[in-house]
Design a protein around this ligand. Structure first.
Ligand code: NAP
Length: 441
């Protein structure tokens, strides 16, 4: 834990105390590493069902809530949801050219994640290309194309709002390697994009012709999602809608069956000027259909490339097993394989998919494993443990002052006050040093 290390202790919930005390069970101390939704939900469930437990939650940043704070689009406060420490890489030439960004870094930038605050993406081009057909890709497209007055009311950072105010981006292509029946985004997010003021959807009717039949037998959510795309692509809009769309200054579109082959450099070899895409055909059908290159390629001009092909968890420590292929800690219901007493929750447990409710249920499942192991005497809680006391002595000997929950409350109040002045829910402080100064560290 660095100088910005943070610690909170959740006191026991009295409701469960009697049951555990009367069974003369020792009162366990638990440590949760990471204060994102998975960490908090796990702690909540344990505290709710084991009143005698003490849970210390540790966080590397001076502010809690992980990617609830840093991961989700600022205009979607109701779904604050996902996280992992890294992104999947495309592994194609040109990926490191200037003008190419990972979705993770871009999302971190507009959400005030300290490590991405200096990203300063170049938004001086007219066309952006997003690789991937997931909800993160739609989030980014929406942020790039949203009218400023809508973003101004959110907790988007001041710096990114200023950059978006000067943005020249007026066209966004979302490119997927498979077809309309395999997109990973969901209907609510697509509908929001279709209805985004000041923009017009550009869908190629040929991509959707004949899909009405194919969609008949697919599960309902996929059916409704596909029908919305078909309707947008094939139905003639009413007179008023035609007028509104014609006047829209910005546009976005979905491109299918195109797999990224290379990011193309400008003549000086420094910046991205486009992407070479390999056209694909699908082998198999439904979710498991595979994109296979046809041998044909296509080049799409763009000055901004965002790779939104999924997140990845990173190994925690050499002592903790890690499946590098799947990017998860091998576990059974949250019990880390081969390391009794160690549990995992969230994306590092199951991989980078799902929304807040998925993470909540999954964290409750891990918490349940902890509770069962406590009850069954699998965990050694006979000797009393110091918990944070021990960690605090180490920190003290190293001259490190941890940030407590009440320190966070001061940062929170300062952010809310700054936001109020600007008509926003909060103005996030993006510099950890400034946070520490604010609380007198
Ligand atoms: P995702 O849903 O897994 O989508 C990843 C996309 O990238 C897919 O279209 C995938 O295509 C494509 N892809 C993966 N590897 C590729 C490659 N090598 N080349 C080309 N394309 C590739 O990931 P995400 O968008 O990062 O979202 C992560 C999770 O957070 C999801 O569960 C999502 O629903 C959730 N989320 C929810 C919200 C919300 O509720 N509003 C917002 C944001 C995120 P294939 O299918 O062909 O692999």
């Amino acid at each position: 834990m660095g100088p910005g290390g943070t610690w909170w202790r959740g006191a026991g919930v009295t409701g469960g105390v009697r049951r555990w005390l009367s069974s003369a069970a020792p009162l366990p101390r638990l440590c949760v590493v990471g204060s994102g939704p998975a960490g908090f939900y796990t702690a909540q469930h344990i505290l709710k069902h084991h009143g005698g437990a003490h849970v210390d939650i540790y966080e590397k940043l001076p502010v809690p809530f992980g990617l609830v704070r840093f991961g989700v689009a600022p205009d979607h406060p109701e779904v604050k949801s996902y996280g992992a420490e890294d992104n999947r890489v495309l592994g194609i030439p040109g990926e490191n050219l200037s003008g190419v960004y990972s979705a993770r870094a871009f999302v971190g930038w507009y959400n005030g994640l300290p490590e991405n605050r200096d990203l300063k993406p170049d938004l001086s081009c007219e066309t952006a290309l997003i690789l991937g057909h997931g909800n993160v890709a739609l989030d980014i497209a929406r942020i790039l194309l949203s009218p400023l007055h809508l973003l101004r009311q959110t907790d988007i950072t001041e710096g990114s709002l200023a950059a978006l105010a000067c943005s020249k981006v007026k066209r966004v292509w979302l490119v997927g390697r498979r077809g309309p029946l395999q997109v990973a985004f969901t209907i609510k997010e697509l509908r929001e994009m279709i209805n985004l003021p000041g923009t017009r959807p550009v869908l190629n009717p040929a991509d959707f012709t004949g899909l009405e039949n194919a969609v008949k037998d697919v599960p309902r959510p996929r059916k409704r999602l596909t029908e919305l795309m078909i309707k947008t692509a094939l139905e003639k809009p009413g007179e008023k809608a035609v007028e509104v769309q014609a006047a829209a200054p910005r546009e976005w579109g979905l491109k299918f069956q195109r797999s990224p082959q290379a990011v193309l450099p400008t003549a000086d070899g420094r910046r991205a000027r486009g992407v070479r895409l390999s056209l694909t055909h699908l082998e198999g059908s439904g979710d498991s259909a595979k994109a296979v290159p046809t041998g044909d390629v296509e080049e799409l001009e763009c000055g901004l490339v965002l790779s939104s092909i999924g997140y990845r968890s990173l190994p925690l420590d050499p002592a903790v097993p890690f499946d590098t292929q799947r990017g998860i800690i091998p576990n059974s219901s949250g019990r880390v394989e081969g390391v009794p007493g160690l549990y995992c929750s969230g994306w590092v447990k199951r991989g980078p998919t799902g929304v807040i409710i998925t993470t909540m249920n999954d964290s409750f499942d891990t918490a349940q494993s902890v509770l069962e192991d406590l009850q069954a005497g699998v965990l050694d809680v006979a000797t009393s443990r110091e918990g944070f006391g021990a960690v605090e002595s180490i920190l003290c000997s190293r001259g490190v002052r941890p940030v407590s929950f009440s320190d966070w409350e001061k940062i929170d109040a300062a952010e809310v006050a700054r936001g109020k002045a600007a008509g926003k829910p909060r103005e996030k402080i993006v510099d950890p040093q400034e946070m520490l100064r604010l609380i007198g560290h």
